[in-house]
Design a protein. Structure first.
Length: 282
């Protein structure tokens, strides 16, 4: 049996390009033993994903990726959450409301800057799309389609990345609130891609310490753009703060074509990582 897993993937329930059931089949096809669905601020695809995983013999994990308040990009992944948890769904609904408001403000800014981008350009990209379950990746794709940028990455860099002219900050919960949401739903809370906060251990250590005090359970020690040195930093911080290692590719399908499911910069995430996470739940 293969040893590969991926605990950070996205479907069309947020900004991925594969439906949840398609995501399960693709993970199986690519030789994964287990995979987690971790859509942004929603669990709408979890039931479909988990049901398909059971059908095809893939070990599925219900998850979510929550955007938290921070000066840098901070996302908290929840693994083994109950997608039916009422409190989690109520709070995620508020986050999606904030996402909808932000999307509309960003489109207004783009139009003010001479770019003819409409809501239809965004929601026409996938079945069941709304302004609440789409995001910057869809705006970037529309900018490419209309010829305002050559690539999705270029659209982010030029217009909608943090600090650019058409970027809008959106409503998020504090890190502790985000962690509590995951715990209330029975899951474990994992700091996603800490490299987006800092690649410097001295800068990252106090952030991880504060998150641990707020209840953080784990950290992604495997990701798609880590150097071996930064991966070592992550493992060291997990040891220091008693966190469980996790990791995944952050697969989005065609929205991030260079990111392959089950593939991280140092190879792949071994199944032993999932075993460690399951032990932490007992």
């Amino acid at each position: 049996m293969t040893d590969k897993i991926d605990l950070h993937t996205h479907s069309t329930a947020s900004d991925g390009t594969l439906a949840p059931s398609e995501l399960a089949h693709y993970a199986k096809k690519e030789g994964l033993r287990a995979a987690a669905i971790t859509d942004h601020d929603t669990v709408d695809g979890a039931a479909e994903f988990m049901a398909e995983c059971e059908k095809i013999g893939l070990e599925g994990v219900a998850g979510v990726e929550i955007s938290a308040q921070h000066d840098k990009t901070m996302h908290i992944v929840g693994l083994y959450i109950d997608p039916e948890n009422a409190r989690l769904n109520e709070k995620l609904s508020a986050l999606r409301g904030g996402r909808e408001e932000r999307n509309r403000k960003m489109l207004a800014l783009l139009r003010e800057n001479g770019m003819d981008i409409t809501e239809d350009d965004i929601i026409s990209q996938k079945d069941g799309a709304t302004m609440a379950n789409t995001g910057r990746a869809h705006i970037a794709a529309a900018l490419v389609k209309k010829g305002y940028a050559e690539t999705v990455g270029g659209a982010f860099e030029k217009y909608i990345k943090r600090g650019r002219s058409c970027y809008v900050k959106r409503f998020t919960y504090s890190p502790k609130e985000s962690i509590d949401m995951i715990h209330d739903a029975g899951g474990i809370a994992v700091l996603a891609h800490p490299i987006l906060i800092s690649d410097d251990c001295g800068t990252l250590r106090p952030v991880v310490g504060e998150l641990k005090a707020a209840g953080l359970d784990g950290m992604e020690c495997y990701y798609n753009n880590y150097t071996p040195e930064f991966q070592g930093v992550c493992f060291d911080l997990c040891d220091e703060f008693g966190l469980v290692p996790s990791g995944g590719s952050d697969f989005h399908g065609a929205n991030k074509p260079d990111v392959k499911i089950g593939v991280v910069s140092t190879g792949f995430v071994p199944y032993s990582v999932l075993e460690g996470i399951k032990e932490s739940l007992t």
